[in-house]
Design a protein around this ligand. Structure first.
Ligand code: ZN
Length: 214
């Protein structure tokens, strides 16, 4: 499981680990609960229909539905030799329910915590810009365009998503701190927690991550 605050880079790293696994013949499935939820809803599966029912009413998808999706995903062929869970659990009750569901059959082998100081997270998230035309994602300092405010690909205007504004970001980080951060001691007590300094460049983090996972 990859654990960390929004902007810590877990999703990007998990995707790279999965791509490398597929290329080297040792597949590791990247289980992003957000992506999986969207895929199941658009494919109209039974679980997707259940999830959509809650979303249409403006409610959160219950933990049991998400855990059922995770269980189903773990059973697919590309997850046989390994998988990374990204984006779930986010609360202590979710972690406990997940533990119970995984049981002794497919227990977590490790929880990798992507540690990034809050000031760095705010910088990463507030600097993100999206092209209004093609949707490409840029960053004012980490991935700048040749001309400020203009997409390199198609000359589209760069905009800042409303949930990338500083106030919204502070709120997301507050929620993370109060709801998700308690998972650190939960997994530390189970001797599953490994920490990686994810404030460094993605390439450096990736190399260290591979070593840690081996
Ligand atoms: Zn563009």
């Amino acid at each position: 499981m990859f654990l960390g605050a929004p902007g810590a880079g877990k999703g990007t790293q998990a995707k790279q680990v999965a791509e490398r696994g597929a290329a080297t013949g040792a597949p590791i499935a990247h289980i992003s609960t957000g992506d999986m939820l969207r895929a199941q809803v658009s494919a109209g599966t039974e679980l997707g229909r259940q999830a959509k029912g809650f979303m249409d009413q403006g409610q959160l998808v219950p933990d049991a539905v998400i855990i059922a999706m995770v269980q189903q995903r773990i059973g697919e062929p590309d997850a046989k030799s390994g998988w990374i869970l990204d984006g779930f659990p986010r609360t202590l009750p979710q972690a406990e329910a997940l533990d119970e569901s995984l049981g002794d059959s497919t227990p977590l082998s490790a929880v990798i915590y992507f540690a990034v100081p809050e000031a760095e997270l705010v910088g990463r998230l507030t600097g993100r810009r999206t092209c209004a035309k093609c949707g490409a994602i840029w960053h004012v300092t980490n991935k700048p365009t040749k001309v400020a405010g203009v997409c390199d690909l198609d000359g589209g205007e760069l905009t800042q998503r409303s949930d990338d504004r500083e106030e919204a970001i502070r709120e997301r980080l507050d929620v993370y701190r109060s709801q998700t951060e308690p998972l650190l001691s939960y997994y530390r007590n189970r001797e599953l927690l490994r920490e990686i300094d994810a404030s460094r460049s993605p390439a450096v983090v990736f190399e260290e991550l591979l070593k840690l996972m081996q």
